[in-house]
Write a protein that binds this ligand. Structure first.
Ligand code: UDX
Length: 479
């Protein structure tokens, strides 16, 4: 079996290609069609640039004129290692940022949907941007299009996209699986969930573990295979809903691993065992695997918390009580309290104490602070009346816009040593590699109290301890 052979059999029974489809595939094979990526966010932009790098002509469409101007100037709108270099390399050659979505749709044959799917207060995914994009596609259906859903969406969204396009198409086009003798097929919908991790998005995109693609026609499958042909990775071809569930299940499973190890960490704290050794010991079992067993203050970011809630909501909507995942979320919510308890235990009253916070992004390698556990710690500290000195290698410029500095209460610092100035505790809250190699003797001389709480188990305990620090971490013995 070739690495591109479909793994699931759900689409094997679909009808063979007709003559027009063969012509279409030939044009695609020769890259004589354009690809439009709708939505230039954390998923859309890396996707668009990777396709440009593979030799496709790509229109990067976004309704934000400001964002498009920034891209046209060769500036990446957010920090992602290697992204700006890739942007500059392909800008104006194979990658064209545009704010006219309709034109981008009309000029392209393959449309990647990468618009936002934020969550509503109920946890349900807000699909209004997807619906709006589907209607815009319907109004501009001037020939065959493959619409590839890449945003994380609940199962059966692909079916809704197809229904919406069929309903609103002005020229009477219809989606795949027409009745015998009906209108020719004019579009297909595929579900190709992304598994990009911020901070290593380009590595994930150029060398993915697997590419998952849900389709319900041979034509869509062949186009997708053509697009992903240069990639070495296995292509898992499934039905539409199955692909959507794979994405939710993958993120939920990884979240579950993190909450699991976090509870093990609490137990290790209680009985004096070492969670990092436990993680190593269980992770060597290939059935468990070593990844996502890093205990700490919990998971954050744009995907895990949102996708977990959306999956719980989806299950509930369909009468399935996925209480396991509710507990994963509860455990994650409580991680901030675990850290705050450790801090109070070490420092007693926090009111008017100066606390240095290293790390604001939801993880290392990104400037993204969405649902960052660090910010929940910052909120808790503000509530207790502590004065904060904050540092993050990348996240401060964006964060300052939503959390402005306050004289004497909330100070953004250029480096970790300035953050430590007169501080009575130092908290490490994001796994930035540069925090591993701090000069602890220098930090000691800056601080009033040599106390460090490592919320990510990032440091080698002997480094701060040798410099005279009291070192506290998550689920590791204190001495
Ligand atoms: C995640 C998925 O990994 C990716 O496949 C999906 O496409 C988008 O969501 P991302 O949000 O970029 O990617 O971050 P990830 O590296 O998965 O980390 C998520 C959170 O979990 C971070 O806050 C991180 O600090 C935390 N984490 C991760 C842990 O607390 N422990 C771990 O062992 C791993």
């Amino acid at each position: 079996m070739s690495s591109h052979a479909p793994i699931a059999g759900e689409i094997a029974t679909l009808s063979p290609l007709g003559k027009t489809d063969t012509q279409l595939l030939n044009r695609i094979r020769n890259k004589r069609v354009k690809i439009a990526v709708l939505g230039m966010g954390h998923v859309g932009l890396p996707t668009a640039l990777s396709l440009a790098a593979m030799g496709w002509t790509v229109l990067g469409a976004d309704s934000s004129q400001a964002l498009v101007s920034q891209l046209q100037a060769g500036e990446a709108p957010f920090y992602e290692p290697g992204l700006e270099t890739l942007l500059k390399e392909h800008l104006g050659k194979r990658f064209f940022p545009v704010d006219d979505l309709e034109k981008a749709i009309r000029e392209s044959t393959v449309l990647f949907l990468c618009v936002g799917t934020p969550q509503k207060s109920s946890g349900e995914a807000d699909l209004s941007q997807i619906e709006s994009a589907a209607r815009t596609i319907a109004h501009n259906l001037n020939g065959y299009k493959l619409i590839v859903e890449k945003s994380t969406v609940p199962a059966i969204t692909a079916h809704w996209i197809r229904r919406t396009i069929s309903r609103y198409a002005r020229n009477g086009n219809h989606g795949s699986r027409p009745a015998e003798g009906s209108m020719p097929l004019q579009f297909d919908v595929a579900s190709n969930p992304e598994f990009l991790q911020e901070g290593v998005a380009l590595k994930n995109i150029f060398k993915p573990d697997r590419i998952v693609c849900g389709v319900d026609s041979d034509r869509a499958r062949q186009i997708v295979e053509e697009i992903y042909r240069p990639f070495e990775s296995p292509l898992v071809v499934t039905g539409l809903s199955t692909a959507e569930i794979i994405k939710h299940a993958a993120n939920s499973f990884l979240s579950m691993k993190i909450s699991f190890i976090n509870m093990v960490a609490d137990l290790c704290d209680a009985i004096g065992a070492d969670v990092t050794e436990v993680a190593k010991g269980i992770g060597m079992d290939p059935r468990i695997g070593p990844d996502f067993l890093q205990a700490g203050i919990g998971f954050g970011g744009y995907c895990f918390p949102k996708d977990l809630r959306a999956f719980i909501y989806l299950a509930e909507e369909h009468g399935v009580n996925f209480s396991l995942l509710k507990e994963v979320e509860n455990i994650n919510q409580q991680r901030v309290d675990v850290l705050m308890k450790k801090l109070r235990k070490a420092l007693w009253v926090l009111h008017d104490k100066t606390i240095a916070v290293l790390g604001l992004a939801f993880k290392g390698g990104t400037d993204d602070t969405r649902e960052s556990p660090s910010l929940r710690v910052v909120d808790a500290l503000i509530e207790e009346g502590a004065a904060l000195r904050l540092h993050d290698p990348k996240a401060m410029p964006l964060l300052q816009k939503v959390l402005p500095p306050q004289e004497g209460r909330l100070t953004y610092c250029d480096n970790p040593y300035s953050a430590a100035d007169r501080a009575q505790a130092l908290l490490v809250l994001t796994e930035w590699p540069e925090y591993r190699t701090l000069d602890w003797a220098r930090l000691r001389s800056e601080m009033d109290v040599p106390l460090v709480i490592d919320g990510r188990n990032l440091l080698d305990p002997k480094d701060p301890r040798q410099a005279g620090f009291e070192y506290i971490s998550i689920g590791r013995p204190e001495q």
